[in-house]
Design a binder for this molecule. Structure first.
Ligand code: SAH
Length: 687
């Protein structure tokens, strides 16, 4: 069987559907899955085990047989815990076939085949009765179906169904309950992920202010959750406006309702400020007493307890529909609305007519109306709001623009044409080559630029002289940024587009950026290494079958691939100097041949080399460059500061070496190849 996989082609900037073998999808799924991360989550595992032991004991004390239903068994871990704790029988349900197969092997290897039955079905398809999937209903319900938003992976409908059809009334549930917590904050940094702030430009004829269209100002944004490693957000980047408040709880031992609903709590700000963001996380009590608690609370909530690093459960950032000025001590109502899979928030000032008020708070889930939130994701909003970055583009544009420049911009949803217009003389014409224009015309309208900037809705290779009113381009600009880019070098599509429009360029054309370079550095991760590291045993259970499966999937393609990660969320220390490994000359067209480089890099610091980080730098002019990766490196300890708006590429080494500082430092050799035909980079490292 064949499957079709969507993938952006970095040489055309557009999505293509590639035919892949049946195995492709699931190898991708496993290679990039969070199973390893879950198995490394010691705090989670220990608490599940405690909770399961306690539940089995309670059932046994009642003189009943302990029959367990484990929905979403994955490796079979929680069922094996239950069987070890003395459960009489476990039904382990897993919908994902490769995982169900792995669970069968792991259960057998650990000697539990007689007491654990793995069923490869979605739980809602499971049947109960003599000769059916389950002989009888279970009296212990164990699951781990939660995502960072708690309900995003469909926990609620799964529980609702299980209580109706698969478990006995009064069953024990592990976890017993989940509670969602919220805290109201003001944060320019996080707010900049949703709103476009006005851009100030010092032009020759005075200050110009680029304003977002009103449609964008009033747009509720996207319904999708914004989940981040909140523990990496320094406390100086937000201001706390309320205490931590319990928003809602779900008792998993009772029938669960998944239908849409709202919850409301009263808040009194501890400080006056602008309410913009609701930070949220949850905890789960493994037992009814609440003694076994697993919490996702960020560092400032319980500063004394040790934080467990995990990537499969993080924290959520919710954007209020509007910024709301609030006063210390004033009465506010915060409403959480949810449907089956997602949650959103609203804030209201308390009014006398509270009851009537309550009725109108259940608002619809946020849907982007201005279309900007569809084209610009949250990091992109952050990037466009980054004033330092904008200043660098402004300075470089000032240098290259002349009064008679004819300017073409190639980048998705870029503000560069507007900056270029403000910085150039009035009679200059600007063209934006734009095949994902969406909201851009709104933007031009709001700033009265419709007749100054022309949007050309054509792909670069289809550009005709008539589009340019028969003029030649004297300045070609790009950030470059394209929404389809996954890895840093995918924005080299700018180079391909530049090549495609070659015939329209004047002989003395200025290209901005003039070149790009690929940089690389060897690092030791504080925690991220866990997601690709084998587990061996987990709480005494042999899960090597899972390790092997992940390894197979990672090796499924002959050359291992780099993967994108936003490294501001994943601290690491540099073990080598950053090194420029390839350069791309935008003043010339893309060459026919591959660009490749070989070399070695010395490990200068003590540490474990988990992998290489790669990023792009764009050289806007001879002396102005912007980095999409490393921003700063403090040398004694190798502490890195990463561009907070971009994902960097991480190539995990298949084996890790531990380096000591030696008089003759260890070297890592590399072989990096940019295939100009595919726009992809292949790499190999030897330690
Ligand atoms: N229980 C394991 C794995 C948890 S990951 C552990 O704790 O380590 C959740 C798993 O549940 C995934 O493998 C997913 O495929 C599966 N899953 C989610 N919803 C399901 C459902 N309703 N029925 C069956 N499997 C489900």
């Amino acid at each position: 069987m064949k499957t079709f996989c969507g993938r952006a082609n970095p040489t055309t900037g557009s999505m293509e559907w590639l035919e892949e073998g049946e195995d492709y999808d699931y190898h991708q799924e496993i290679a990039r899955s969070r199973y390893a991360d879950m198995l490394h989550d010691k705090d989670r595992n220990v608490k599940y085990y405690q909770g399961i032991r306690a539940a089995v004991s309670r059932v046994k004390e009642r003189g009943e047989k302990a029959i367990v239903l484990d929905i979403g068994t994955g490796t079979g871990l929680l069922s094996m815990m239950a069987a070890s704790a003395g459960a009489d029988f476990c039904y382990a349900i897993e919908v994902f076939k490769p995982m169900a197969n792995a669970a069968v092997k792991i259960v057998e290897k650990n000697g539990f085949s007689d007491r654990i039955k793995v069923i490869n079905k979605h739980s809602t398809e499971v049947t109960v009765g003599p000769d059916e999937d389950m002989q009888c209903r279970a009296n212990i319900l164990v699951t781990e179906l939660f995502d960072t938003e708690l309900i995003g992976e469909g926990a609620l409908p799964t529980y609702e169904h299980a209580h109706k059809h698969l478990v006995q009334e009064g069953c024990e549930a592990v976890p017993h309950r989940a509670t969602v917590y919220v805290q109201l904050v003001e944060s320019r940094r996080m707010w900049s992920w949703k709103k476009l702030f006005p851009v100030h430009v010092e032009a020759e004829d005075g200050e110009k202010i680029l304003v977002p269209p009103s449609e964008m100002e009033n747009c509720p944004g996207l319904p999708s959750v914004c989940d981040i490693q909140l523990n990496q957000m320094p406390s100086s980047d937000f201001s706390i406006l309320s205490d931590v408040v319990k928003m809602f709880s779900v008792d998993f031992s009772k029938p669960v309702q998944s239908a849409s609903t709202c919850y409301r709590v009263q808040l009194e700000p501890v400080k006056s400020g602008k309410a913009q963001i609701v930070l949220s996380w949850w905890d789960i009590d493994m037992d009814p007493s609440g003694m076994i608690n697993c919490s996702m609370a960020p560092y400032w909530v319980k500063p004394t307890s040790a934080l467990q690093w995990r990537d499969h459960w993080m924290q959520c950032v919710y954007f209020l529909p509007r910024e709301e000025p609030v006063l210390q001590g004033e009465k506010l109502y915060l409403t959480a609305c949810r449907d089956e899979y997602s949650v959103w928030y609203n804030l209201q000032k308390a009014r006398a007519d509270e009851e009537e008020h309550k009725a109108d708070v259940c608002v619809e889930s946020p849907v982007c109306r201005c279309r900007a939130h569809l084209l610009w994701n949250r990091p992109r909003f952050g990037q466009l709001n980054d004033q330092n970055r904008t200043q660098q583009y402004i300075q470089s544009l000032r240098r290259v623009l002349k009064t008679d420049s004819v300017c073409l911009c190639i980048s998705d949803g870029s503000l560069l044409p507007v900056l270029a217009h403000y910085l150039g003389a009035k009679q200059v014409q600007y063209f934006v080559l734009f095949f994902r224009s969406l909201h851009f015309s709104l933007f031009l309208k709001a700033n009265h630029l419709e007749d100054k900037i022309k949007i050309i809705e054509a792909r670069p290779e289809l550009l005709k002289p008539s589009h340019l009113e028969d003029k030649k381009i004297s300045v070609l600009v790009g950030e470059p940024f394209f929404t389809t880019s996954l890895l840093p070098w995918h924005n080299l599509y700018f180079w391909y587009a530049r090549t495609a429009v070659s015939t329209h360029l004047a002989n003395n054309v200025t290209v901005l950026p003039q070149s790009a370079s690929l940089h690389m550095m060897i690092v030791e991760f504080q925690d991220l290494w866990r997601i690709r590291s084998p587990c061996g045993t987990c709480e005494g259970f042999d899960v090597r079958t899972m390790d092997e499966m992940i390894k197979d999937s990672l090796n499924f393609r002959e050359s291992k691939e780099a993967e994108p990660h936003p490294l501001w969320e994943y601290p690491c220390k540099s073990l080598s100097e950053p090194q420029e490994v390839l350069t791309f000359d935008f003043t010339k067209t893309v060459p026919q041949h591959c660009l490749s480089t070989e070399g070695s890099v010395k490990l200068l610091r003590k540490g474990k080399s988990h992998g290489a980080v790669l990023w792009m730098e764009y050289h806007l002019t001879a002396d102005i460059s912007v980095s999409t990766g490393l921003m700063q490196l403090s040398n004694e300890k190798g502490k890195c500061e990463w561009n907070p708006h971009c994902k960097q590429a991480v190539y995990f080494f298949s084996s890790v070496i531990e380096s000591e500082i030696l008089s003759d430092p260890t070297a890592v050799t590399y072989d990096i190849k940019f295939d100009t035909k595919t726009g992809e980079i292949a790499m190999d490292f030897k330690l």
